[in-house]
Design a protein around this ligand. Structure first.
Ligand code: SAM
Length: 230
């Protein structure tokens, strides 16, 4: 059984499905998608030997080697230009996802949709997307096994879109929706920032800019949480 998190990602793939799953580990997502859609094809990319072997094993067990190719390599190096129309990258930090997209941006022509699930620093991913003509078209926030995950769906468009720093932090759609999971996440995030700022204030050389940024974010969180309580 696939995790709710990966199932949600799969739901956002549009037909025809020819996608690359970067950092695929067991290749569970490509196997799930290709076993449900007979015309779907996928490339499972993995940089590390262990997960690469595991991905090949799962694809073999599902008998899907004719439609899922497991390739070893860093980020988008594993795909050729115009080979896929969508890319999924899940279960990594936002900074790593941004690095993968930035280093591989030459491979993105023809990629109409990016479906991304950063474990942390989602705002870094959103910023990269809007700076590179990927319009955020949907977002999800889900809770599973004690963790909270955000999923960002973005489509290529000619005209760039704009969001405020606040929308980038919370997610423009998640901010409108303000679900219970969203509320729980930001209550925790506020506590984390309070601790961090207190620690920073003990330092001999005060990181003034970092403290200011965190305090601004804390104000935004207060506003958003208050709004949820209303
Ligand atoms: C935590 S796992 C997530 C697996 C799966 N995507 C998921 O969400 O369940 C992250 C995977 O990304 C791989 N990875 C990390 N950096 C990568 C990179 N630059 N290129 C390709 N794969 C990478 C790791 O080897 C690991 O298997």
């Amino acid at each position: 059984m696939l995790s709710k998190r990966l199932e949600k990602l799969a739901d956002y793939l549009h037909k025809p499905v020819h996608f690359a799953d970067i950092g695929s580990d067991h290749a569970y997502l490509p196997c799930y998608v290709c076993s449900r859609h007979e015309h779907a094809t996928a490339i499972a990319g993995e940089v590390n030997q262990g997960p690469f072997e595991r991905a090949k094993q799962t694809v073999g067990e599902y008998g899907l080697a004719d439609r899922i190719e497991v390739r070893k390599g860093n980020g988008l190096d594993v795909i050729k230009e115009k080979e896929v129309n969508q890319i999924t990258i899940a279960g990594m930090g936002g900074k790593l996802i941004r690095t993968i997209l930035e280093e591989g941006k030459a491979k993105l022509s023809g990629v109409s949709r990016l479906i991304l699930q950063p474990n942390i620093d989602a705002q870094i991913v959103r910023k990269w997307l809007i700076d590179h003509h990927y319009q955020i078209v949907a977002e999800e926030i889900i809770s599973e096994d004690g963790y909270i995950y955000e999923i960002i769906v973005s489509d290529y468009q000619n005209t760039p879109s704009q969001f405020s720093e606040k929308e980038l932090l919370f997610g423009p759609y998640l901010l409108q929706e303000k679900s219970e999971v969203f509320f729980n996440k930001w209550r925790n995030e506020k506590e984390k920032r309070i601790k961090l700022v207190n620690q920073m204030k003990q330092a001999t050389n005060l990181p003034v800019d970092k403290i200011k940024k965190l305090e601004t974010e804390m104000e935004w969180i207060e506003e958003v949480i208050e709004d949820v309580n209303r």
